[in-house]
Design a protein around this ligand. Structure first.
Ligand code: ADP
Length: 469
């Protein structure tokens, strides 16, 4: 059985209210009972002592027992819930509340029994009697017997107070219950409404609907984090979807263009429209090479997907590796009249310090990507600089060019797969937008980082940081 948030919250609040009011009633009653009990017993003892004193005083004043004052003392005691019987030294009853007004005595005893039974059905009190000696100058003049409800009893006012207190507590409880109920509904509505929206969003994502974000105002921190995470997930999935669609489009387009060209050339030659020549065959061959290169790039994509790239780490001379790379681009460099420089630091003794601990083949691939981009995206007369340096326990490789640069809009995306800054420009350069994604994956696998700085029309700078040792 699953309960809704509303039911759970409301029931929890109600339980809390019932428990608190229950404890309040319990503790208040136990506390009051103990306080009143002590007070009632002390009151009883004080009254008895006063009666004894008063009788002894009056006896001395009047020279004996007399109903004249005994009536007053006895009736007063009766009104305070105590019966009084006085006997003289000869054990003869001189005054008795029962003889004086038996009806009133019985009514009082009955009233006290009803009061205490209505207060608690566990009350086990009974009417008790106690005797006290009456003395005058150390000689006994008689005996006073008091009767009262023991061990304690509450009078009408005290009972009214206790009952009123319980009624107030019960009333508070009822009001709190209503409040708990209302609060349960309001709070659960506040919590469940965004949660329902989030689950709807998750369902939509599962169905491939990536548009739309959770915009509802949320005041609960954890739910806000959940909503933000869901929005980020939606953003990431939407991006992935866009890239996937772009990949399909790009691959189809990139393959179709050279294939159509090869097909056209072949058909023309087969139909005898074109003469079979080495030049034409070379052109077809170049197109086939382009297709092969593209398929190679698509295969390279698995490098990015593979989160556990296996590295073969070794120590090698960076200058040698970079020099070889530069050599590969000699033709383009001469053709575009470019200048390329390789800067390696020298130690204080004048010895070059260019040892790099990394996967040589993978770093070669990285340099190749960066260098080919620098050459590809630079116009005639541009300058390219490759700088190697060491800072604390890090090796830093910088590749800068004074080429065409990357616009601010494109800059945050260039490490994404198949992202090409300027689609038409890139089609001519033959790039598929994979090189930098692979470069970043390789650097990350080394535990390093790659960042880019660029100004459109001015040039670009890539900085690689690789941990050493
Ligand atoms: P591509 O194969 O298209 O060169 P990359 O992943 O290597 O793919 O680069 C992504 C995009 O970043 C390129 O299409 C290009 O627009 C831009 N880019 C990369 N390097 C440079 C650079 N040095 N100068 C200008 N633009 C660059």
């Amino acid at each position: 059985m699953r309960y809704s948030l509303k039911q759970r919250l409301t029931v929890s609040y109600i339980i809390i209210v019932i428990a608190s009011i229950g404890f309040a009633i319990l503790f208040a009653n136990v506390g009051i009972k103990n306080q009143f009990k002590r007070y009632a017993i002390q009151k009883q003892e004080k009254e008895t002592a006063e009666i004894v004193n008063l009788i002894q005083l009056k006896y001395e004043e009047e020279g004996g027992f007399s109903s004249h004052y005994l009536d007053l003392i006895g009736m007063n005691a009766l009104q305070n819930g105590m019966t009084v019987v006085i006997k003289d030294s000869g054990n003869k009853t001189v005054w008795s509340a029962y003889e004086h007004n038996n009806g009133l005595c019985q009514a009082m005893i009955q009233n006290m029994t009803i009061n205490m039974s209505s207060y608690s059905n566990k009350w086990d009190g009974k009417y008790e009697e106690r005797t006290y000696a009456l003395k005058l100058k150390n000689s006994e003049i008689g005996v006073l017997t008091t009767g009262f409800m023991g061990p304690y009893y509450f009078n009408d006012e005290e009972l009214i107070f206790i009952k009123a207190l319980n009624s107030i507590l019960l009333f508070t409880g009822a009001a709190s219950l209503l409040l708990a109920f209302a609060l349960g509904i309001i709070m659960s509505a506040r919590l469940s409404s965004p949660l329902i929206k989030i689950s709807e969003k998750a369902l939509a994502l599962a169905k491939g609907e990536y548009r739309g974000r959770i915009t509802e105002e949320v005041n609960t921190r954890e739910i806000k984090i959940l909503a933000d995470t869901m929005n980020q997930l939606s953003e990431a999935l939407s991006d992935k979807d866009r890239l996937r669609k772009q990949l399909t489009q790009d691959v189809a387009h990139e393959l179709r263009t050279p294939l159509t060209s090869v097909q056209g050339h072949m058909e023309a030659m087969l139909d005898g429209v074109w003469e079979l020549s080495t030049e034409r065959l070379e052109s077809c061959y170049e197109e086939i090479l382009r297709i092969k290169k593209l398929i190679g790039s698509i295969e390279d994509l698995s490098v990015i997907e593979d989160k556990n790239i296996i590295l073969h780490l070794e120590e090698f001379e960076f200058q040698k590796l970079a020099g070889r790379m530069i050599h590969n681009y000699e033709n383009d460099i001469v053709e575009k009249n470019m200048t390329i420089r390789l800067n390696v630091p020298m130690s204080s003794e004048g010895v070059k310090d260019d040892m790099l601990y990394a996967d040589k083949d993978k770093i070669c691939q990285v340099l190749n990507n960066l260098l080919s981009n620098a050459v590809k995206y630079s116009d005639k007369g541009a300058e390219i600089n490759i700088t190697f340096g060491k800072e604390e326990k890090q090796a830093i490789i910088r590749v800068t060019d004074t080429g065409m640069g990357i616009s601010e809009v494109d800059l945050p995306h260039i490490f994404e797969r198949f992202y090409r800054a300027d689609k038409s420009r890139n089609r001519n350069t033959g790039g598929a937008g994979i090189g930098l994604a692979i470069t970043e994956a390789i650097i990350k696998a080394h535990g390093g980082s790659i960042t880019v700085n660029s100004k459109y029309g001015e040039g670009t700078e890539f900085t690689i940081t690789l941990p050493q040792g």
